[in-house]
Design a protein around this ligand. Structure first.
Ligand code: 5RP
Length: 253
Protein backbone atom coordinates (compact mmCIF):
# COMPACT_ATOMS: atom_id res chain seq x y z
CA UNK A 1 0.00 0.00 0.00
CA UNK A 2 1.28 3.43 -0.86
CA UNK A 3 0.01 4.87 2.41
CA UNK A 4 1.96 2.39 4.52
CA UNK A 5 5.29 3.65 3.26
CA UNK A 6 4.37 7.19 4.32
CA UNK A 7 6.05 8.33 7.49
CA UNK A 8 3.73 9.22 10.38
CA UNK A 9 5.20 12.71 10.69
CA UNK A 10 3.81 15.24 8.22
CA UNK A 11 7.03 17.21 8.31
CA UNK A 12 9.40 14.34 7.93
CA UNK A 13 12.00 14.91 5.22
CA UNK A 14 11.24 11.41 3.95
CA UNK A 15 7.55 12.21 3.40
CA UNK A 16 7.50 12.39 -0.38
CA UNK A 17 5.22 14.59 -2.42
CA UNK A 18 3.23 11.50 -3.33
CA UNK A 19 2.73 10.56 0.31
CA UNK A 20 1.68 14.10 1.15
CA UNK A 21 -0.99 13.86 -1.52
CA UNK A 22 -2.19 10.56 -0.04
CA UNK A 23 -2.39 12.10 3.43
CA UNK A 24 -4.31 15.07 2.04
CA UNK A 25 -6.83 12.67 0.49
CA UNK A 26 -7.25 10.92 3.86
CA UNK A 27 -7.90 14.25 5.59
CA UNK A 28 -10.47 15.14 2.97
CA UNK A 29 -12.28 11.79 3.30
CA UNK A 30 -12.48 12.05 7.10
CA UNK A 31 -13.52 15.71 6.98
CA UNK A 32 -16.35 15.08 4.54
CA UNK A 33 -17.54 11.89 6.28
CA UNK A 34 -18.25 13.84 9.48
CA UNK A 35 -20.92 15.86 7.68
CA UNK A 36 -23.32 12.91 8.02
CA UNK A 37 -23.95 14.13 11.58
CA UNK A 38 -25.04 17.60 10.43
CA UNK A 39 -28.78 18.13 10.03
CA UNK A 40 -30.94 21.11 9.18
CA UNK A 41 -31.34 23.64 11.97
CA UNK A 42 -28.25 22.57 13.90
CA UNK A 43 -25.84 24.89 15.67
CA UNK A 44 -22.37 23.58 14.91
CA UNK A 45 -18.98 24.27 16.48
CA UNK A 46 -16.48 24.59 13.65
CA UNK A 47 -13.02 23.32 14.60
CA UNK A 48 -9.61 24.36 13.36
CA UNK A 49 -7.03 22.56 11.25
CA UNK A 50 -6.22 21.00 7.93
CA UNK A 51 -8.63 18.04 8.35
CA UNK A 52 -11.74 19.82 9.61
CA UNK A 53 -11.16 22.38 6.85
CA UNK A 54 -12.70 19.77 4.53
CA UNK A 55 -15.75 19.45 6.79
CA UNK A 56 -16.26 23.20 6.60
CA UNK A 57 -15.85 23.26 2.82
CA UNK A 58 -18.42 20.43 2.50
CA UNK A 59 -20.87 22.28 4.78
CA UNK A 60 -20.44 25.35 2.59
CA UNK A 61 -21.21 23.20 -0.45
CA UNK A 62 -24.35 21.77 1.16
CA UNK A 63 -25.54 25.28 2.10
CA UNK A 64 -25.03 26.49 -1.48
CA UNK A 65 -26.34 23.42 -3.31
CA UNK A 66 -28.73 21.66 -0.93
CA UNK A 67 -30.14 24.59 1.06
CA UNK A 68 -28.72 23.22 4.32
CA UNK A 69 -29.64 25.57 7.18
CA UNK A 70 -27.11 25.71 9.99
CA UNK A 71 -25.44 28.23 12.28
CA UNK A 72 -21.70 27.89 12.91
CA UNK A 73 -19.50 28.99 15.80
CA UNK A 74 -15.85 29.15 14.71
CA UNK A 75 -12.99 28.13 17.02
CA UNK A 76 -10.37 30.42 15.48
CA UNK A 77 -9.93 33.46 13.27
CA UNK A 78 -8.66 31.20 10.45
CA UNK A 79 -11.83 29.09 10.61
CA UNK A 80 -13.97 32.22 10.82
CA UNK A 81 -12.44 33.56 7.60
CA UNK A 82 -12.86 30.22 5.83
CA UNK A 83 -16.51 29.91 6.92
CA UNK A 84 -17.27 33.49 5.90
CA UNK A 85 -15.74 32.87 2.48
CA UNK A 86 -18.17 29.94 2.08
CA UNK A 87 -21.20 31.96 3.25
CA UNK A 88 -21.73 29.80 6.33
CA UNK A 89 -23.87 31.81 8.79
CA UNK A 90 -21.85 32.45 11.96
CA UNK A 91 -22.58 33.44 15.52
CA UNK A 92 -20.88 33.17 18.89
CA UNK A 93 -21.54 31.38 22.15
CA UNK A 94 -22.58 34.58 23.91
CA UNK A 95 -25.44 34.87 21.44
CA UNK A 96 -26.58 31.28 20.96
CA UNK A 97 -25.34 29.42 24.06
CA UNK A 98 -25.54 25.68 23.66
CA UNK A 99 -24.49 23.96 20.42
CA UNK A 100 -25.78 20.70 18.97
CA UNK A 101 -22.43 19.42 17.83
CA UNK A 102 -18.77 20.34 17.40
CA UNK A 103 -16.64 18.83 14.66
CA UNK A 104 -12.89 19.24 15.05
CA UNK A 105 -9.53 17.64 14.33
CA UNK A 106 -7.04 16.22 16.82
CA UNK A 107 -3.31 15.67 17.06
CA UNK A 108 -3.73 12.36 18.89
CA UNK A 109 -6.58 10.22 20.18
CA UNK A 110 -6.39 7.23 22.51
CA UNK A 111 -8.65 4.18 22.97
CA UNK A 112 -10.68 6.08 25.59
CA UNK A 113 -11.49 8.89 23.14
CA UNK A 114 -9.21 11.31 24.98
CA UNK A 115 -7.36 13.78 22.79
CA UNK A 116 -4.33 15.98 22.42
CA UNK A 117 -5.25 19.14 20.57
CA UNK A 118 -3.63 22.49 19.92
CA UNK A 119 -1.22 21.73 17.11
CA UNK A 120 -2.77 24.73 15.36
CA UNK A 121 -2.74 26.81 18.55
CA UNK A 122 -6.53 27.10 18.88
CA UNK A 123 -6.96 24.76 21.86
CA UNK A 124 -8.58 27.23 24.26
CA UNK A 125 -11.44 28.27 22.00
CA UNK A 126 -11.72 24.71 20.73
CA UNK A 127 -12.25 23.44 24.27
CA UNK A 128 -14.72 26.20 25.17
CA UNK A 129 -16.77 25.46 22.05
CA UNK A 130 -16.58 21.66 22.50
CA UNK A 131 -17.69 21.94 26.13
CA UNK A 132 -20.66 24.04 25.07
CA UNK A 133 -21.75 21.31 22.63
CA UNK A 134 -24.09 18.36 23.12
CA UNK A 135 -21.57 16.13 21.34
CA UNK A 136 -18.13 16.18 19.71
CA UNK A 137 -17.05 14.40 16.54
CA UNK A 138 -13.32 14.26 15.75
CA UNK A 139 -11.96 13.87 12.24
CA UNK A 140 -8.51 12.34 11.81
CA UNK A 141 -6.41 10.00 9.72
CA UNK A 142 -5.07 6.90 11.39
CA UNK A 143 -1.63 8.40 12.08
CA UNK A 144 -3.29 10.20 14.99
CA UNK A 145 -4.41 6.98 16.68
CA UNK A 146 -2.20 6.06 19.67
CA UNK A 147 -2.39 3.63 22.57
CA UNK A 148 -1.17 6.27 25.06
CA UNK A 149 -1.18 10.04 24.53
CA UNK A 150 1.99 12.12 24.56
CA UNK A 151 4.19 11.36 21.56
CA UNK A 152 2.81 14.58 20.08
CA UNK A 153 4.15 17.47 22.22
CA UNK A 154 1.32 18.59 24.52
CA UNK A 155 0.34 22.22 23.76
CA UNK A 156 -0.36 24.43 26.77
CA UNK A 157 -1.59 28.00 26.28
CA UNK A 158 -0.06 30.46 28.76
CA UNK A 159 -0.25 34.17 29.43
CA UNK A 160 2.57 36.22 27.94
CA UNK A 161 3.60 37.59 31.34
CA UNK A 162 3.87 34.15 33.01
CA UNK A 163 5.23 31.89 30.30
CA UNK A 164 8.71 31.54 31.81
CA UNK A 165 7.46 30.57 35.27
CA UNK A 166 4.95 28.11 33.79
CA UNK A 167 7.71 26.60 31.64
CA UNK A 168 9.82 26.15 34.76
CA UNK A 169 6.99 24.47 36.66
CA UNK A 170 6.02 22.14 33.82
CA UNK A 171 9.71 21.21 33.35
CA UNK A 172 9.64 19.62 36.81
CA UNK A 173 6.94 17.15 35.78
CA UNK A 174 7.73 16.73 32.07
CA UNK A 175 10.47 14.22 31.16
CA UNK A 176 11.30 15.94 27.86
CA UNK A 177 11.85 19.49 26.65
CA UNK A 178 9.28 22.22 27.15
CA UNK A 179 9.52 24.65 24.26
CA UNK A 180 8.01 28.06 23.61
CA UNK A 181 6.31 27.75 20.22
CA UNK A 182 7.85 30.09 17.66
CA UNK A 183 7.18 31.08 14.10
CA UNK A 184 10.21 32.45 12.26
CA UNK A 185 12.03 33.04 15.54
CA UNK A 186 9.34 35.08 17.26
CA UNK A 187 6.82 33.60 19.69
CA UNK A 188 3.64 32.24 18.13
CA UNK A 189 0.71 34.31 19.44
CA UNK A 190 -2.73 32.71 19.78
CA UNK A 191 -6.04 34.36 18.83
CA UNK A 192 -6.38 35.18 22.55
CA UNK A 193 -3.00 36.93 22.68
CA UNK A 194 -1.33 34.06 24.57
CA UNK A 195 1.77 31.96 23.98
CA UNK A 196 2.02 28.17 23.55
CA UNK A 197 4.38 25.84 25.37
CA UNK A 198 4.90 22.50 23.59
CA UNK A 199 5.65 19.89 26.25
CA UNK A 200 7.43 16.65 25.29
CA UNK A 201 5.98 14.16 27.74
CA UNK A 202 6.47 11.22 25.41
CA UNK A 203 3.85 8.46 25.03
CA UNK A 204 3.22 8.15 28.78
CA UNK A 205 0.10 10.24 29.47
CA UNK A 206 -1.96 7.34 30.83
CA UNK A 207 -3.98 9.56 33.19
CA UNK A 208 -4.73 12.65 31.07
CA UNK A 209 -7.38 13.89 33.54
CA UNK A 210 -4.81 14.00 36.35
CA UNK A 211 -2.19 15.73 34.21
CA UNK A 212 -4.70 18.26 32.89
CA UNK A 213 -5.69 19.30 36.43
CA UNK A 214 -2.08 19.44 37.57
CA UNK A 215 -0.98 21.74 34.73
CA UNK A 216 -4.12 23.88 34.94
CA UNK A 217 -3.24 24.63 38.57
CA UNK A 218 -0.05 26.50 37.58
CA UNK A 219 -0.59 30.25 37.64
CA UNK A 220 -0.46 31.65 34.13
CA UNK A 221 -1.89 28.58 32.39
CA UNK A 222 -4.81 29.53 30.14
CA UNK A 223 -5.68 26.02 28.91
CA UNK A 224 -4.15 22.56 28.45
CA UNK A 225 -4.50 20.73 25.13
CA UNK A 226 -5.86 17.57 26.77
CA UNK A 227 -9.52 16.90 25.97
CA UNK A 228 -10.71 14.31 28.45
CA UNK A 229 -14.19 12.81 28.27
CA UNK A 230 -15.32 15.34 25.62
CA UNK A 231 -15.12 13.38 22.35
CA UNK A 232 -17.96 11.01 21.41
CA UNK A 233 -16.99 9.82 17.93
CA UNK A 234 -13.76 9.63 15.95
CA UNK A 235 -13.98 9.37 12.19
CA UNK A 236 -10.75 7.71 11.14
CA UNK A 237 -9.56 7.58 7.55
CA UNK A 238 -6.92 5.12 6.41
CA UNK A 239 -5.79 3.35 3.27
CA UNK A 240 -8.52 0.79 3.89
CA UNK A 241 -11.31 3.34 4.06
CA UNK A 242 -13.34 5.26 6.64
CA UNK A 243 -14.10 3.91 10.08
CA UNK A 244 -16.53 5.56 12.49
CA UNK A 245 -15.51 4.76 16.05
CA UNK A 246 -18.29 5.60 18.51
CA UNK A 247 -17.64 5.83 22.24
CA UNK A 248 -19.71 3.22 24.08
CA UNK A 249 -22.29 5.00 26.25
CA UNK A 250 -21.21 8.30 24.68
CA UNK A 251 -23.62 11.01 23.61
CA UNK A 252 -23.82 9.68 20.04
CA UNK A 253 -23.99 5.95 20.81
C1 5RP B 1 -5.78 23.11 16.28
C2 5RP B 1 -6.02 21.69 16.53
C3 5RP B 1 -6.21 20.81 15.34
O1 5RP B 1 -7.49 20.29 15.36
C4 5RP B 1 -5.20 19.71 15.38
O2 5RP B 1 -3.92 20.31 15.42
C5 5RP B 1 -5.31 18.80 14.17
O3 5RP B 1 -5.07 19.54 13.02
P1 5RP B 1 -4.84 18.87 11.60
O4 5RP B 1 -6.15 18.34 11.18
O5 5RP B 1 -4.33 20.00 10.76
O6 5RP B 1 -3.80 17.79 11.78
O7 5RP B 1 -6.10 21.20 17.63
O8 5RP B 1 -5.55 23.80 17.47
Amino acid sequence: MIYNICNRNYNSPILTGHCMAVVEDLKKEAGIAACKYVKNGMKIGLGTGSTVKYTIIELGRRIAEEDLQIMGVPTSEVTKELAQSLNIPLSDLAEIGKLDLTIDGADEFDPNYNLIKGGGGALTREKIVALASNAMVVVADDRKQVSTLGQFPLPVEVTVSNWESVKEQISHICPGDVNLRETTEVPFVTDNGGYILDCNFGPMISKPDVLEKRINAFEGVVEVGLFVGICDVVIISSSSGIKTSTKPNGRLS
